[in-house]
Every structure is written in C-alpha cells, then in structure tokens.
Design a protein around this ligand. Structure first.
Ligand code: NAP
Length: 254
C-alpha cells in the first residue's frame, strides 16, 4: 500500500496549532497537496504554507468552526483547489484553562461545544456527501487521553472530545459501506501547543514531574509522535482500520 493516493489532497482543520502544524508537515512529506485552516494566527499560517510548499502543493484559509456555513465553504474550497480530498483531519481545539466543573460557566461550555463538537458535526455534514461522491475518504480527529484517564480540571476539553470520538464511531459504522473511514488519535501530554503552554503557565514544576512519573515511558510526547499516528490513519496503510481511537500517550492512561 502506498502512503497516500497520488491524486488526493489532505485537509487539516486547525493547521496553525501546535499539533496541527506538525501534522501538516508530516502530511506534506507524503501527500501531493495539503490544505489547512487557521483561525487567528494568520502570519504563522502563511509561513507554514510557504514551508509546506517546498514539499507539496499547499494552501491555507481562515476558518472559525462556529460559523456553520463557512465550514462547508472551506471544504468545498479545498476540493475545488486540489480535486479529491483523501482525508480531513480535525486538529482544532479551544485554548482552555483548567477550571473544575463546579466553576465552568454557561459561556465556557457553549464555546467548547460550538467549536469542537458542533464544529466536528459541521465537518462531517459536508465531508460525508463529498466522500460518498468520490467513493472514498477518511476522517481523523485529534481527541485526548482525558476521556480514558480523567485529569481533574480537564472537563472543558474532555467532555466535547468524548462526543467527537462517538461521532467518529457513528460515521465509521454508518458510512463504511461507502468506503469512508473515521478514526481518532488521543494524545497524552505533549510538548507542543496547549500541552507546552500548560507546562509553562499552569501549576508548579513538581506537579509536572509527578505527571511525568505517571507516564509509562517516563516522558511527555512530541508533536511528531502524534502526527505520525494521524498520518498512518489518514493513509492507505490503515485501510482496514475504522471506528478506533489510538492512544498516543506514552502509557499515561494505563
Ligand atoms: N497539546 C497537547 O498536549 C494536547 C493533548 C491532548 C489533546 N490535545 C488536543 O489536541 C487539539 C489541538 O491541540 P494543540 O495543542 O495543537 O492546540 P493549539 O496549539 O491551541 O491549536 C489549536 C488550533 O485550533 C484552532 N482553533 C481554535 N479555536 C478555533 C475555532 N473556534 N475555529 C477554528 N479553529 C480554531 C487554532 O487556530 P489559531 O491558533 O489560528 O487561532 C489552532 O489551529 C486540541 O483539541 C487539544 O485539546 C492537545
């Protein structure tokens, strides 16, 4: 099996993030075209597009997942630009702090559900008819180890991601007959994006040392390790894998 089909593009939602950026870089080494979205970080996104262009055709566009119409428009824009879309990777996420459930406001819940869970339903609502028409396609969603091994303070991240995981399984079960796959990757604590920011700004270093000791591999992960698993699930090398969540957490959830 080849890494990716030569005539298909990869679309990454949230390509400007710490994990999304590395996912784009890895996909660019194997796919003929990568289209990614950003929400606010335009300049870094344009720099990433230039970097990816040295390996494959690359394009980016702004997207706020709260804008339902825009989600559909961006997917069609990517298909219009590059032809068939082989994979849609969902790597976007809200920059949460770590409030306990008792302190989470209506507005905070609404924000994560709109951006992550509703955002993902919007992606599959446009992606499924496109993939059916093509006769192939797969979804890969970045979720979290926190749905299996809950760290207190992580509800704003874990609760919508549990929904995203279930959505992937529903798509896998219902759409498999059309050649469509859907899987999820669940990172542990990663030295990039939100994971890196939390290590710098939340809690004392001893708290992170304690967390590191709880990881079977005794270290936090790298974005490239998450990206490699995403690329595997996006590629034809995983052609008989669907409806699964692969933990990339160094054994933290064991
Ligand atoms: N890093 C970790 O250790 C870790 C561990 C477990 C799970 N995760 C999960 O993995 C996902 C990615 O994490 P990350 O560390 O890469 O986070 P990040 O660096 O904060 O990146 C988040 C990405 O999502 C985009 N985004 C945010 N709100 C959006 C919205 N409303 N509409 C569209 N795009 C939006 C951001 O765009 P802009 O930056 O351009 O605004 C950015 O591309 C998140 O769901 C996170 O919870 C991360």
């Amino acid at each position: 099996m080849t890494e990716a089909q030569p005539d298909r593009a990869a679309l990454v939602i949230g390509g400007s993030g710490g994990l999304g950026r590395e996912i784009c870089r890895r996909l660019a080494l194997a796919w003929p075209a990568v289209f990614f979205t950003y929400r606010s970080r335009r300049e870094p996104a344009l720099a990433l597009r230039a970097e990816l262009s040295t390996h494959c055709a690359a394009e980016c566009a702004p997207l706020d997942l709260g804008d339902a119409e825009r989600v559909g428009a961006v997917i069609h824009e990517a298909a219009g630009r590059f032809g068939a879309i082989g994979t849609i990777v969902f790597a976007a996420g809200v920059r949460i702090r770590q409030p306990y459930v008792a302190n989470i406001t209506e507005e905070q819940w609404a924000d994560v559900f709109q951006s992550e869970l509703m955002g993902c339903t919007r992606i599959v609502r446009t992606g499924i008819p496109l993939f059916r028409q093509q006769g192939h396609g797969n979804f890969v969603a970045v979720v979290s180890f926190a749905t299996s091994h809950f760290p207190p303070g992580d509800a704003l991240s874990a609760v919508p991601k549990a929904g995203v995981e279930m959505l992937c399984r529903a798509v896998a079960r219902e759409e498999g007959r059309y050649g469509i796959r859907a899987n999820a990757v669940a990172p542990g604590i990663i030295n990039a994006g939100l994971g890196e920011e939390f290590q710098r700004t939340l809690f004392k270093p001893e708290v992170w040392d304690e967390q590191r000791r709880r990881v079977a591999l005794k270290r936090f992960g790298e974005a490239a390790e998450v990206a490699d698993t995403v690329c595997f699930l996006a590629s034809a090398r995983s052609s008989y894998v669907t409806g699964q969540t692969i933990m990339v957490d160094g054994g933290l959830s064991l």
